[in-house]
Design a protein around this ligand. Structure first.
Ligand SMILES: [Zn+2]
Length: 293
């Protein structure tokens, strides 16, 4: 029930976003969320639902996800509110090449001079402003200002800055280069595994069977779930706040409880739900394809 409700919400969000000017109605994508400290040098600087993360180091900062171009001033304000400088953003990363996570990257690159690093299979999408996307390449509302990629990442690559090491895990399907980021943070004497899930859901309209634009899409989703299930996770985060219950966990954190973002069980449950949703959709599409013959 909860899963279905969440999927329905995801579908609604996507529909609102892709049906022309209704984008503005999706206020969770543009409403500022209070920036806050998650753990160690890791901070939340996103909106109510579009998750952006700042990782600070003595050599400058790493920003994950640029969101919509309209959100960039808010991301900048959030970073400054936390006491850091937007100009210190040295590296720019994304969860995957969809406009709700990467449309603002061209602007952020211009404003900060940060090096933009993208997983190989998402590079053509980013560098064409969305035109090379297998699903939305011809949807005018899903296109955005293109940005040049400074470093092409491959599965397993490390991104290093000032003692921070982020690992890029290729978790494809949602986009061809969808990336799940992991790192380790230390709080007190404890080391925590952080997972920032790239995007495990099958969007409405995705063809998992006989997809000429992306023939291996179903195999890629399978691969992604194998990867997600293999990752050790203490601190569970993702490309959207809805993935990991941002608002409820933030409220719990405000009440001074133990850090609610440390949620290994929540992570496992979440991956299981997404995998089940994928298998359900695949079975449905296979059945429909067989009936068609
Ligand atoms: Zn997406």
């Amino acid at each position: 029930m909860w899963r279905n409700a969440k999927i329905a919400l995801g579908a609604l969000i996507w529909t609102l976003a892709t049906v022309g000017s209704t984008l503005a109605q999706n206020s969770d994508w543009t409403t500022p969320f209070p920036p806050f400290h998650i753990a160690s040098d890791l901070y939340y600087v996103g909106t109510n639902d579009l998750a952006s993360y700042l990782i600070t180091t003595p050599k400058g900062n790493i920003l994950i996800n640029c969101e919509l171009e309209a959100d960039v001033p808010m991301i900048k304000a959030s970073i400054e509110k936390l006491g850091f400088r937007f100009k210190d953003t040295k590296i720019l990363l994304i969860s995957h090449a969809h406009f709700d996570h990467d449309a603002g990257c061209a602007a952020i690159k211009e404003m900060t001079g940060a090096a933009y690093m993208v997983m190989d299979a998402d590079v053509p999408v980013v560098e064409s402003g969305g035109k090379a996307d297998f699903q939305y390449g011809h949807s005018a509302d899903a296109l955005y200002r293109l940005a040049k990629v400074d470093r092409i990442l491959h599965d397993g690559d490390e991104v290093k800055l000032g003692g921070i090491v982020l690992l890029a895990h290729l978790t494809p399907g949602h986009t061809k280069g969808c990336t799940t980021w992991t790192t380790k943070v230390t709080e007190g004497n404890k080391v925590y595994d952080v997972v920032i899930v790239g995007g495990p859901w099958v969007n409405p309209g995705y063809k998992l069977v006989n997809n000429t634009e992306y023939p291996q899409i179903a195999e890629d989703y399978e691969r992604m779930f194998r990867v997600l299930k293999s990752l050790p996770c203490d601190i569970f985060l993702g490309a959207h706040g809805s993935y990991f219950g941002l608002q409820a966990k933030y409220a719990a954190m405000e009440q001074g409880k133990t850090n609610p973002f440390i949620d290994p069980e929540g992570y496992k449950k979440y991956v299981k739900e997404a995998e089940q949703a994928f298998h359900d959709e695949l079975a449905k599409q296979k059945l429909a394809a067989n009936r068609g013959h």
